[in-house]
Design a protein around this ligand. Structure first.
Ligand code: NIG
Ligand code: FE
Length: 411
């Protein structure tokens, strides 16, 4: 049995004692804080949380939090962490005035990444992604969703998912994987979309299920990518293998996908930058999580999702990085939290719940992580002295994290 005490905690944030999987709407700004307290970890799990102003037990192995804030580590519920090399050449084109869509239409974008990834070995992909993951841990990410979607053929999609599973086996970060074969149409199927969809359904999905490589399924439902009807077909095929839907929708256009996918019980709908009233009404009344990606809006200079309206209409909001080489080359959840406050007008407390508990719900892990609760995995971070939760959006881009603890181990 291994015990670790964290003593002298000034503020213990986002304690959630009722075992709820998420908070919705205005509840997101209401979370209990315990002042001047301590926390005991046993074998990687949260064993006991002290009462306010209480005396800590005597434990040999102890950390002095020096009166600082302790909060759960971030849950990044939407990332494309496994990729082969950057797309800085496209960034230069964007700075010269081309749009993301124009670059994609010239064979750049997702296809550019797929061409690069196909030529990469599994080991090289793993090494690169592992290095990025180590950086994310320092930035306070304790759980992460990773998508495929830069392979676009059976071998390469499986290669990506195997790399994600391998990362999970070596890292203390909790990792869930999502199959995104329908991310774009690969060049060899340029004139045969039906053929590619059949490849996804008849070949990729059975092989992925056979090796248990994915937890969820995703589709890029967007003009010039996959239509609503095509997306629903692919998601239905995934459901046969027990893969819940987490879907890229409404990034550039509203195709009516929000209500259709809410009605089919999607776990999360991600992006939601362009929202009609009908889209808003259908997701706000539902248990489908709205996963918002302000880093992508910032980087591509596209609209931000109407987060304030979503909160006021009682939606469940998660925030994530969308970390990928094309539309959001930044995996820092503190930056995302900051953008969410500055650009989407979330309150710091709402942004924190969206980045922790609700992110965990968006990858079906909120029974294990996402809040400081007895019995949950001891994933938490201590801020540098004197900073509060409001300091994270305020000092945008600064590193305010002193210590990261994952599964009870100091990182
Ligand atoms: O979430 N929109 C689709 N997929 C990614 C971007 C992929 C890329 O440009 O490489 C996104 O923004
Ligand atoms: Fe994405």
């Amino acid at each position: 049995m291994s015990l670790l005490l964290i003593n002298n905690i000034g503020q213990l944030l986002a304690v959630e004692n009722q075992g709820r999987p998420y908070k919705r709407g205005l509840e997101m700004s209401d979370f209990p804080i315990i002042y001047n307290t301590w926390l005991l970890i046993e074998d990687g799990l949260i064993k006991e949380i002290g009462a306010e102003n209480s005396e800590a037990p005597t434990v040999k192995n102890a950390i002095d939090a020096k009166g600082s804030v302790l909060l759960p580590t971030y849950v990044d519920s939407h990332s494309h962490l496994v990729y082969a090399s950057n797309r800085q050449d496209e960034f230069a084109q964007r700075l010269d005035g081309l749009s993301y869509e124009e670059i994609a239409a010239r064979g750049g974008g997702i296809i550019n990444s797929a061409n690069k990834l196909r030529a990469y070995s599994e080991d090289a992909l793993f090494e690169d992604a592992h290095e990025r993951l180590q950086e994310l841990i320092k930035m306070g990410t304790g759980a992460l969703e990773i998508k495929s979607g830069y392979g676009l053929d059976t071998d390469s999609e499986l290669k990506m998912l195997r790399v994600a599973r391998r990362l999970s086996s070596v890292s203390p970060v909790e990792i869930k994987t999502t199959f995104l074969g329908a991310h774009a149409l690969p060049p060899e199927y340029k004139n045969d979309k039906e053929g590619y969809i059949n490849l996804i359904i008849d070949e990729m999905l059975p092989e992925i299920a056979n090796e248990n490589l994915a937890d969820f399924i995703d589709v890029f439902c967007e003009e010039n990518y996959f239509s609503l009807e095509e997306s629903l077909r692919i998601l239905a095929a995934g459901k046969v293998y027990g893969l819940e839907a987490k879907v890229h929708v409404n990034q550039f256009n509203s195709l009516g996908a929000v209500s259709a996918m809410v009605n089919r019980g999607a776990l999360s709908l991600d992006h939601l930058e362009v929202m009609t009233d009908e889209d808003l009404n259908s997701i706000c009344k539902s248990n489908t999580i709205a996963c918002l990606l302000p880093g992508c809006s910032h980087f591509l200079e596209i609209p931000y999702s109407p987060a304030r309206t979503l909160v006021e209409k009682d939606a469940i909001i998660a925030l994530a990085t969308d970390f990928n080489p094309g539309s959001a080359p930044n995996g820092n959840m503190s930056t995302v939290l900051s953008l969410a406050c500055i650009k989407m007008k979330l309150k710091p407390s709402e942004a924190l719940i969206a980045s922790t508990l609700n992110g965990a719900a968006a990858i079906d892990l909120s029974d294990k992580i996402g809040s400081i609760e007895v019995g949950k995995i001891a994933n938490m971070m201590i801020l540098k002295p004197k900073y509060t939760i409001e300091s994270i959006p305020y000092h945008f881009g600064h590193d305010l994290i002193e210590t990261v603890i994952l599964k009870g181990e100091i990182q």
